[in-house]
Design a binder for this molecule. Structure first.
Ligand code: ZN
Length: 439
C-alpha cells in the first residue's frame, strides 16, 4: 500500500483544496444555523458525509445546545440613509450571534456596540457573543474614525430560536475497528486559515483514504468548535474506546512552519509519529506540550476522556496578526502550504498504518546476512551503509517489545526506510510480525 502522493497529484491537490476554500469562503457560518448546513452540503459533493442535527436544549455534559442563529441582513445607516456598515459587504461586520434589533440611536450609543482593531486600521475584527445575548458590529478603524456625530439607524435582521446544532461525520471502515479520529471546526464565517484550511484538508484527506486499503478505520468530524466536540463526545461516548490516535486539524494554510501540540498523554503513538515526521522533514518545526487551551483538543483531552489526540497545524492561533481578522483571507493562505501540510498528515498516517512489532527468528547472535544476499546488493555506497545499519537495528530490536517507530527513532533513520528494509527481512524469514495474540 502506498499512502503518499506523487508530484503531479500533489500539485493538483493543492489547487483543489484552495478551490474548495474559495467556494466556502463567502458563507456566513456560526456554531449553528444555515451557514454550517450549506457548508456541509457542499462537502457532500466531495465525500458522502452524514449530517446530524441535535435539537436546541439538548443537555451535553455540563452544556446545553444553544438556540439556532440565522442572519437575513444587517446594516448601519447614517442620517442621509447611506449604509456605513453593511453585512452584505462582509459577514465579519456583524457580531456573530447578534440578537435582532431595529433602532435609531446617537453615535455615542452606537459606539458601545462597535469593535475595531486600532493597530490594523484597514482590517475588520471577527468577534462572537455565543453565550451572552448581545448585538454589535465589527468594522475597520478607519471607517469608525470617519463616522460623524448624528443619528444612526441600526438594523439587524437575525433570528435566535429553537432549532438545531448541525455537524458532519464521515466514517471509513478499515480492516480493524480501531480508529483514527480527525476533527476540524466549521463555525467561522469568512476566515480562511482558521477553519476553512482545516475543512479542506480533512475533506481531501478523507477522499484520498477512501480510495486506498486501510488497516485502521477512520472517522472525520466537521463540527462547530467547543460545543460541537462536547456534543459529539456526549452522544458517542461508547465509541471513544475505539479511538487509538487522532488529530485536530486547524491552521494548515499559512506560510509558517509546522507546529504540533502534543496530546495530554504526551507520549502516545500519535505524539511519537508526528514528532518523527517533523524531525525528518528537514524543515523548521515546533513541538508544544499539551495545555488546556486551544481548539477541540481541549475536549478530547479532558481528563474523563484523555484521548490520544494532538493538534497539527502551521502557525498557532493568536501568533499571527491576521488571526480572527478580515486579513485571514484568500491571499493569506497558499496552495503550496496546504499541500505541504497534507504531505505531513500522510506521512503520519503511513507510520500509523505500518507501525507494528516484529520478532527476530534468530535472536541468538546476528544472523549471517551475507549468505542470504542481504549485504550490499542495492544502491550506491551511501545507500548501502544506511540500509545495512537499518537491517542491524531492526534485527537487534525486533524483540517483540519495540515497534518499528521505536526502532526508527532509536536508530535516527526514517520510518519509511525502516519499513522498506522490514519487507526484505520478512521475505528472508529473518523476522516475523507479532500476531494480535502476542500484542
Ligand atoms: Zn477561531
Amino acid at each position: 500500500m502506498n499512502i503518499g502522493l506523487n508530484a503531479c497529484e500533489s500539485e493538483q491537490l493543492g489547487s483543489k483544496m484552495y478551490h474548495l476554500i474559495s467556494e466556502l469562503y463567502p458563507i456566513c457560518r456560526s456554531i449553528t444555523g444555515n451557514g454550517v448546513r450549506q457548508t456541509l452540503h457542499i462537502l457532500q459533493q466531495y465525500i458522502p458525509l452524514e449530517i446530524y442535527q441535535v435539537p436546541t436544549g439538548t443537555q451535553v455534559f455540563d452544556w446545553t445546545v444553544p438556540k439556532e442563529w440565522n442572519v437575513r441582513d444587517a446594516y448601519v445607516k447614517n442620517a442621509s440613509g447611506k449604509k456605513v456598515i453593511d453585512f452584505q459587504a462582509s459577514n465579519l461586520h456583524l457580531l456573530n450571534y447578534s440578537i435582532p434589533i431595529h433602532q435609531t440611536m446617537s453615535l455615542v450609543e452606537l459606539k458601545k456596540h462597535l469593535f475595531t482593531l486600532p493597530e490594523y486600521p484597514d482590517w475588520i475584527p471577527y468577534r462572537t457573543s455565543y453565550y451572552n445575548e448581545n448585538w454589535g458590529f465589527c468594522l475597520t478603524h478607519n471607517t469608525l474614525q470617519s463616522l460623524e456625530d448624528g443619528e444612526y439607524e441600526v438594523f439587524i435582521d437575525t433570528s435566535l430560536e429553537a432549532g438545531y446544532l448541525t455537524y458532519g461525520e464521515y466514517y471509513l471502515p478499515g480492516e480493524i475497528e480501531d480508529e483514527v479520529l480527525f476533527s476540524c471546526h466549521v463555525c467561522h464565517p469568512s476566515l480562511c486559515n482558521d477553519n476553512l484550511s482545516g475543512i479542506a484538508l480533512a475533506t481531501f484527506l478523507a477522499k484520498h483514504l477512501s480510495s486506498i486499503p486501510r488497516r485502521y478505520s477512520y472517522r472525520f468530524l466537521f463540527i462547530p468548535g467547543t460545543i460541537g466536540s462536547i456534543t459529539w463526545l456526549c452522544l458517542n461516548e461508547s465509541k471513544t474506546e475505539r479511538i487509538k490516535h487522532g488529530l485536530v486539524i486547524s491552521g494548515v494554510g499559512d506560510a509558517g512552519r509546522m507546529t504540533y501540540k502534543k496530546s495530554r498523554r504526551g507520549s502516545a503513538e500519535i505524539d511519537q509519529a508526528v514528532t518523527h515526521v517533523l524531525k525528518h522533514s528537514g524543515e523548521e518545526y515546533a513541538i508544544e506540550e499539551f495545555s488546556p487551551y486551544g481548539y477541540d483538543e481541549r475536549q478530547y483531552c479532558s481528563p474523563g476522556f484523555n484521548l490520544p489526540i494532538g493538534r497539527l497545524g502551521r502557525t498557532p492561533f493568536g501568533q499571527y496578526a491576521e488571526y480572527h481578522t478580515s486579513a485571514d483571507n484568500l491571499e493569506f493562505i497558499k496552495p503550496g502550504s496546504l499541500i505541504d501540510s497534507m504531505t505531513k498528515y500522510l506521512g503520519v498516517l503511513e507510520i500509523l498504518e505500518k507501525n507494528k512489532r516484529y520478532k527476530s527468528t534468530n535472536p541468538k547472535c546476528e544472523p549471517q546476512l551475507g549468505k542470504r544476499g542481504l549485504y550490499g546488493k542495492l544502491g550506491g555506497e551511501q545507500d548501502k551503509k544506511i540500509n545495512e545499519m537499518a537491517m542491524l537495528w531492526i534485527l537487534n530490536y525486533s524483540d517483540g517489545k519495540h515497534s518499528l517507530l521505536d526502532i526508527a527513532d532509536q536508530a535516527s533513520i526514517r520510518f519509511h526506510l525502516i519499513h522498506q528494509i522490514v519487507e526484505k527481512l520478512k521475505s528472508a524469514n529473518l523476522i516475523e510480525p507479532l500476531g494480535t495474540d502476542d500484542e
